[in-house]
Structures are given as C-alpha cells and as structure tokens.
Write a protein that binds this ligand. Sequence first.
Ligand code: PEP
Length: 259
Amino acid sequence: ETGRTPLMAGNWKMNLDHFEAAHLVQKLAWTLDDAKHDFDAVEVALIPPFTDLRSVQTLVDGDKLGFKYGAQDLSQYDKGAYTGEISGAMLAKLKCTYVVVGHSERRQYHNEDDAVVNAKTKAAIKHDLTPVVCIGEGLDVRKEGRQVPHCLAQLDADLAGVPADKAASIVIAYEPVWAIGTGEVATPEDAQEVCAAIRGRLAELYSADVAKAVRVLYGGSVKAQNVAGIMAQEDVDGALVGGASIDPGEFASIVRYRD
Ligand code: PEP
C-alpha cells in the first residue's frame, strides 16, 4: 500500500455544451451512486469546460456525492485587463479543487512553455487550487529513448520556486504526447518507468516525504479495458482521462477499476 488515494480525473476538453454536460454529470452520478462508489477510496475529479462548471456543480453538489471539480487551465495573473482569461480566484470561488496546468494541447496550440506553466502552477497554489501539472514527451523523444530526462527537465522547470510545504499536495500527470487521443496507450511498464523517475526527482528536489505524498497520474488513451494494468503499477496513482471521460459508462468503469 502506497498510502496515496487514487485519483481518476476526467478532462472533458472542448466537448459538451452546458445542456450536454448536465446529462453527463447526472448519468455519472447515478451510475456511481448505484454502485455505492466509495469516493474516499478512489477520488473522482470532473474537469469540464469553464462554461459548464457552474451548471454541473449546481446539479450534482460535490460535497454530497463526492465529486471534486477542476478547470482545464487558468491565467497566470490574478485579475485585470486580460480579455478571455479566467483567474485562479474565479475558479476558487466556484469551489474548484483542481486545475490542469501545462496540458500538452496548451503547450502545443497556445505556445505555453515551461516558464508559463511554472507561473500558472504558482498562481494555482496562491489561490488554494491543486495544480495537476502535465508533462510528457513527444514521439521523437520517445524514439530516441530520452523520455526520462525530457520529463524530468520539464518537472524541474515547472516546479521551480514551489516550496516544499506546497509541493506535497500537487498532482503530476505523466502524459506521453504520442499516447494522447491516439488510441496508442503506453504499456504499464512505460508508464511506471517515467512515473517512478518523477517520484525519484521529487525526493531529490524536496524530500522523501514529499515524494511519497505526491500523486503521479498517467494519461494517454486510458480506457476501462486498459486501466487496471496501468493502476497495478507501484508509482501510478491514477489517470487523467480525455476521450473516455465523456462517456458516462466508460468513465464509471474506469473509476471502478478495482471491481
Ligand atoms: C488528455 O488529454 O489528458 C488525455 C489523456 O486524453 P485521451 O485520454 O483522450 O488520450
């Protein structure tokens, strides 16, 4: 036993308007309620588009059912003239627990580099949100076998200046870019290799206690059918799920991977 509570986080990405989101959250709530899911044993986070956050929370109160909520991104700034941006303070007010930072789609399509990811990680912490910091290598790096040093360099840069007393509660998501949305899932051994290396680096950067406490998720084409093998790995503490998270039956099965 690792002592870490597994976390299954569903990133809905830019899918589902607020009507569709209302359907999904209720179906998921009914399914997990019927199954008498123990949310303390396997934590569940829903990460809808900003425009759905308020609707889903109003329908399914996380305090009652046990869902945690998160956002897919935040601004590195607190407030002001940043048209189109969403601040950490706004998300905290909406009772978000988590916020994804540095997703590969943000890095790729919005040119977010590690300096921005670092600033957003600190902004999340400042507003008492738990950042889910995403790192991962592309196919070129994987082919050269450089996935571990690549991911550790990202980790170092993204966490620069984050103090030890805050580091213990953050979440890291290892998401190999070649496995995201491609149907090409990493093998459990591939996931374990990088997740273990991340934990090792956290021990070097902070302490053994911090390394033991931090949850390291795997993300990339996780489905009900492959989740158990990935979760069997010592250093994998959950999954960040994209495509499969907007199918309520599939996501409920992922959450209930121990059944
Ligand atoms: C993701 O984008 O975080 C992700 C893991 O996507 P998918 O599950 O669709 O590969």
